[in-house]
Design a protein around this ligand. Structure first.
Ligand code: AMP
Length: 313
């Protein structure tokens, strides 16, 4: 198989325990790579590849469901032991969450091994794993056209050196506002973004949950809102769905220009909005391309102001 515009996603595949205001849910199949791949697969048919590890307790039907959506899971290793588990509890307004438990299990010894035919993938999304592993993955690949990475406070605090090296090697960093502030030590997001971009990535996306997301690149700052929903059930995986949607769109267009990035931000936000509408990845699993087209059309109406915004005389 050629690697024409394929998207390689590396990251966690998990069982999540979710304590939500609407109720508690146990053993929900999730993980950053799962959410990203499902989101990307709506835009990039049969060209999404996922690399991760599961234990022998992980149900084969879940991997089959990914495959049914055209996601190549041949790079998912099945190790003996238990699958990675994460337990999160959300506040009643869903605005914040606490991690109650993380069990690395088979993830502890995970050394991603990229299948030979996937090493030429031109689009790569490095999910939130140890930055040394993210670097190791990059080392296995031919220089991709667009290398994007996510990270989190845990690695910012504990692995600053590996993270600095990673920043030098990627084109795009996708993080949330808290992480951008922590990584730069600067509260103002515009200044924080300038600082982070100086350290390597040409582009930075700062996700702000229900307050949308900001892109910083050579064409200046760009903003996309979060789609306003009547009911949000579970924010788990929204950031990963955003990143997967973004990369899926760019890979499908085969374009990484500032104009394509700006359009991709809407698809990213649309997929993030699907994700939060149900518990776990259920809504992403139920979504199809016409649902996505409808949400994109609503998005266009959301920001269409019908004016050239000239000052009135
Ligand atoms: P998000 O809500 O976008 O931050 O992503 C949530 C997903 O990330 C869940 O499905 C978890 O299984 C996964 N996750 C949580 N903590 C970690 C971690 N330390 N490393 C990798 N994945 C994680």
């Amino acid at each position: 198989m050629t690697s024409s515009n394929h998207l390689l996603i590396v990251g966690s595949i998990a069982f999540d325990d979710l304590d939500l205001p609407s109720g508690n849910h146990r053993d929900v199949a999730g993980g950053a790579a799962t959410y990203s791949a499902l989101a990307a697969s709506l835009l990039l048919r049969d060209r999404v590849r996922i690399v991760g590890v599961v234990g022998d307790d992980f149900p084969q039907p879940v991997l089959d469901e990914l495959r049914a959506r055209g996601i190549d899971s041949s790079g998912v290793e099945r190790a003996s032991g238990r699958t990675f588990r994460w337990h999160g509890r959300y506040s009643t307004d869903l605005a914040s969450r606490a991690t109650l438990d993380t069990q690395l299990n088979v993830f502890a010894d995970f050394r991603p091994k990229i299948p030979a035919e996937q090493c030429t993938s031109p689009f790569v999304l490095l999910g939130n794993i140890h930055p040394a592993l993210q670097l190791d993955v990059l080392g296995q690949l031919q220089r991709p056209r667009l290398a994007a990475a996510d990270t989190m406070n845990f690695w910012i605090e504990r692995e600053p050196k590996a993270l600095e090296e990673l920043l030098r090697r990627i084109d795009l960093l996708v993080i949330n506002d808290e992480e951008a502030r922590q990584l730069s030590g600067i509260h103002n997001l515009v200044r924080a973004a300038a600082d982070i971009r100086k350290r390597g990535p040409r582009m930075l996306i700062v996700k702000r949950g229900e307050f949308g997301a900001l892109l910083f690149d050579e064409a200046g700052p760009f903003f996309v809102p979060a789609y306003p929903l009547e009911e949000v059930l579970d924010p788990t995986g929204a950031g990963d769905s955003f990143a997967g949607g973004l990369m899926g769109y760019l890979a499908a267009r085969g374009d990484v220009s500032p104009a394509a990035m700006r359009a991709a931000m809407f698809f990213a936000s649309a997929l993030g909005s699907f994700c939060v509408e149900a518990v776990g990845p259920a809504r992403l699993l139920a979504a199809n391309r016409s649902h996505l087209a409808a949400r994109i059309a609503s998005f266009a109406r959301l920001v269409e102001h019908g004016s050239d915004l000239a000052l009135p005389l």
